[in-house]
Design a protein around this ligand. Structure first.
Ligand code: PLP
Length: 392
């Protein structure tokens, strides 16, 4: 069973030992009894080996963590209440006042705002760069730089981070590489295979896949950080800041993961068909999709990814045109979030990135008429027909 393909590993996990339940149970309990010698074990320092209180961890969460770690090619995983909890807990679990982060300019809006304001209030400095430019990253590094932060596929411009080159540079300076893999998912890219130390993911998106559960995961595979670093984050940061995942959401996410490869394969086929169709439409100024030869990093995509993925963007002339098209969709939803079975669209400039000043948005490459599409598993013909009638 050691050499199973990714699709088989997504489906298979060991049944629960005491009942042989194939669907792993939801342990919907906030606390656990100090029975037999459990009290003595806890006093002696046992933590994950016993169950104490759900904010510190619970069996449903541990099963999800085990499954995510093996799919991501990681040595450890820590599940959190949301993708933002994964990002904030991982950063605050490592950094202290005086440290410096080099971050890509184009990251998810809440991440960017966290970097731009809140984290700096704690004395952690951030320099923004275009992380696809290795020389610019190198120039931004100081002797206080502790973290290099990128997204595998940047939201929403679909810029790809050259992970191996970034990791080689960072590691030569003792810097830890953090990568948000939300837009890709492990079915598209496993950043640990390209040298990334810490991978963050909003499990709300492709991992869960059904728009019904919010959650996040942090995975680790690193020669720089200690092997027990995520357990330190669990006990020293997560249990103190409180971003624990609910057992029910852990169960939903574990169930969603079993169909991840199947969903993403179909979503990618649909995304490619839609991107090719969009490129032929006269109203469309530009299509941003890593699977198209017109994408500036198409060759890097082929080297680094198993598939080009389900996320694409395209631009019309104005915000008004973009909003009218999205309101005109019948099958696709005009909504926040992404990665689920349904096609979901948004205007990033005035939705996810509304609180980012226009000049910064422009630097990130986000224009007012830009539309982001998370392509679903509906039929490609119906998705295209829906955009055709809405654009008409
Ligand atoms: N990272 C990216 C790239 C995202 O798009 C999002 C949410 O949209 C997040 C992180 C945050 O995830 P969550 O909403 O689960 O907190």
């Amino acid at each position: 069973m050691d050499d199973l393909d990714f699709a088989s590993r997504a489906v298979y996990y060991e049944p629960e030992a005491s009942t042989q339940s194939i669907s792993y149970p939801i342990y919907m309990s906030a606390n656990y009894q100090y029975a037999d010698d459990i009290y003595d074990q806890i006093v002696d320092g046992a933590r994950k080996e016993v169950n104490i209180y759900s904010r510190c961890g619970n069996p449903s969460e541990y099963k999800l963590e085990e499954h995510v770690a093996q799919l991501a090619g990681a040595t450890a995983c820590l599940a959190t209440a949301s993708g933002m909890a994964a990002i904030s807990h991982a950063l605050l679990g490592l950094l202290k006042a005086g440290d410096h982060i080099v971050a890509d300019l184009t990251t998810y809006s809440s991440t960017h705002e966290f970097f731009d304001h809140r984290i700096q209030d704690f004395g952690i400095e951030v320099t923004f760069v275009d992380a696809s430019d290795i020389a610019a990253v190198e120039a931004a590094i100081t002797d206080r730089t502790r973290v290099l932060y990128v997204e595998t596929i940047a939201n929403p411009t679909m810029k790809i981070a050259p992970l191996r080159a970034l990791a080689d540079l960072a590691h030569s300076r003792g810097i830890v590489v953090f990568c948000d893999n939300t837009f890709a998912s492990p079915a598209v890219c496993r950043p640990h295979e390209h040298g990334v130390d810490v991978v963050l993911e909003s499990a709300t998106k492709f991992m869960g896949g059904h728009n019904d559960a919010v959650g996040g995961v942090i995975t680790l595979r690193s020669d720089i950080l200690p092997a027990d670093w995520l357990e330190q984050v669990r006990w020293n940061t997560l249990t103190k800041l409180g971003g624990a995942l609910s057992p029910f959401n852990a169960w939903l996410l574990l169930r969603g993961l079993q169909t991840l490869p199947l969903r993403v394969e179909r979503q990618t086929q649909n995304a490619l068909a839609l991107a090719e169709w969009l490129e032929k439409q006269p109203q469309v100024r530009k299509v941003f999709y890593p699977g198209l030869p017109s994408h500036p990093q198409h060759e890097l995509t082929q080297r680094q990814f198993d598939l080009p993925g389900a996320m694409l963007a395209f631009s019309l002339d104005t915000e008004d045109q973009a909003v009218r098209v999205l309101k005109g969709l019948k099958l696709g939803s005009f909504a926040a979030s992404l990665g689920g079975v349904r096609t979901v669209t948004q205007v990033p400039g005035t939705m996810a990135f509304l609180d980012i000043p226009p000049a910064e948005r422009e630097q990130m490459g986000i224009t007012d008429g830009m539309i982001r599409v998370s392509v679903g598993i509906e039929s490609a013909r119906d998705i295209i027909r829906d955009f055709e009638q809405a654009m008409r």
